[in-house]
Design a protein around this ligand. Structure first.
Ligand code: DCP
Ligand code: MG
Ligand code: MN
Length: 338
């Protein structure tokens, strides 16, 4: 994952990659983390090949591709598709589960439960199921949330947030992160990091929650708040939906509150992608350090998986410095797609 990736449009393996990507999408949706990881690694390895990989043997010779993936690559080359894809798409129940997995706020357990309860369509869910408030919005705005957000529109949402943030406090900053900061031409949601140089979390959090968010609702830009069940114990984020003036198309938006001194670690974390983050964290662990969205720490004592000592902060404010301390050559945000 750590080597430099260059996008090659004329990649001789483009078709193979396309088919593998369809499979990857399926495994991502069904939360099959192992396959998800293996497919991403294989796709990445194929992207870096100068010639078309035709056989199992050629595929196996590439690091990052195991024997099962090698078989699949040969099958794609020979048949131009993958039987397994037809298979995964053939069961009507599977298709319904995939449909339900697209509902914001529904995981695999919930999707499976809905199928078991006899629901087969979004109309079924809307009219018959008992939905949590999140899920109701997820169902009603299913087709909105399913659409990719063009880069220009991500920028427009970010600009509206920034205007209101800076009206509340001219020293506060709003930075668009996530796939946008990786240079993506479209995004799944809009991630806006809100920070203020030198300031701790609290004044940032309360100003956004008490002033910025209400103002954005008032303007009609924010449409709904969505509960953030996990990973929000400290209240450091707000999830919701937003839309541009006069356009009835809701987008998922995340506001992320970051203390000024932690901006480097937060930029690194929220730029991702998730696989890149995973590999950076793994590397930190190997070097007896600990990397998270709040900083890079050293002297972390572990008893098995349990941290018995939080460690000493090495760096939090400077994204580049974190790469240096980990011994990783700097990668621009556009080069962090694994
Ligand atoms: N992130 C992570 N691990 C997760 C979730 C998120 O490391 N399990 C980090 C990396 C992501 C960033 O947070 O890049 C933003 O999360 P998103 O889910 O919004 O993902 P992206 O913005 O990367 O992609 P998309 O265009 O689908 O929103
Ligand atoms: Mg995002
Ligand atoms: Mn997000």
């Amino acid at each position: 994952c750590m080597q430099k990736i260059e996008a090659r449009r004329d990649n001789p393996n483009a078709r193979t990659i396309e088919v593998l990507q369809e499979m990857l999408e399926y495994y991502t949706k069904t939360a099959d983390h192992w396959r998800d990881f293996a497919y991403r690694r294989a796709i990445n390895a194929l992207r870096n090949q100068a010639k078309k990989i035709m056989t199992r043997g050629e595929a196996l010779a590439i690091s990052g591709i195991g024997s099962r993936l090698a078989d699949k690559i040969e099958e794609i080359v020979v048949t131009n598709h993958l039987r397994r894809l037809d298979y995964t798409n053939s069961s009507p129940e599977d298709r319904v589960i995939q449909l339900f997995l697209g509902v914001y706020g529904a995981g695999l357990a919930q999707a499976t439960q809905w199928v078991a309860q006899g629901y087969r369509s979004l109309d079924d869910l809307r009219d018959k199921a008992t939905l949590k408030p999140n899920q109701r919005i997820g169902v009603e705005r299913y087709h909105d949330f399913a659409q990719r957000i063009p880069r220009k529109e991500v920028e427009a949402h970010g600009a509206i947030v920034r205007r209101v943030v800076q009206a509340a406090d001219k020293d506060m900053q709003a930075i668009i992160v996530g796939s946008y900061r990786r240079g993506a031409k479209d995004s799944g949601d809009i991630d806006v990091l809100i920070t203020k140089p030198g300031a701790p979390l609290e004044p940032i959090r309360s100003l956004v929650m008490n002033v910025v968010v209400p103002q954005l609702f008032e303007e009609g830009f924010l449409k709904a708040g969505l509960a953030t069940p996990r990973h929000n114990k400290d209240g450091s984020k707000w999830h919701g939906a937003s839309s541009l003036p006069g356009i009835d198309l809701w987008r998922r938006i995340d506001l992320l509150f970051v203390p000024g001194p932690e901006i480097g670690a937060a930029l690194l974390y929220f730029t991702g992608n998730d696989i890149f983050n995973r590999s950076m964290r793994l590397l930190a662990r190997k070097k007896k350090m600990c990397l998270n969205q709040r900083g890079l720490f050293t002297d972390v004592l572990r008893n098995g998986q349990v941290k018995t000592n939080p460690g000493r902060l090495l760096e939090a404010g400077d994204e580049r410095r974190i790469f240096e301390l980990l011994g990783v050559p700097w990668r621009r945000s556009e080069e962090r797609t694994c």
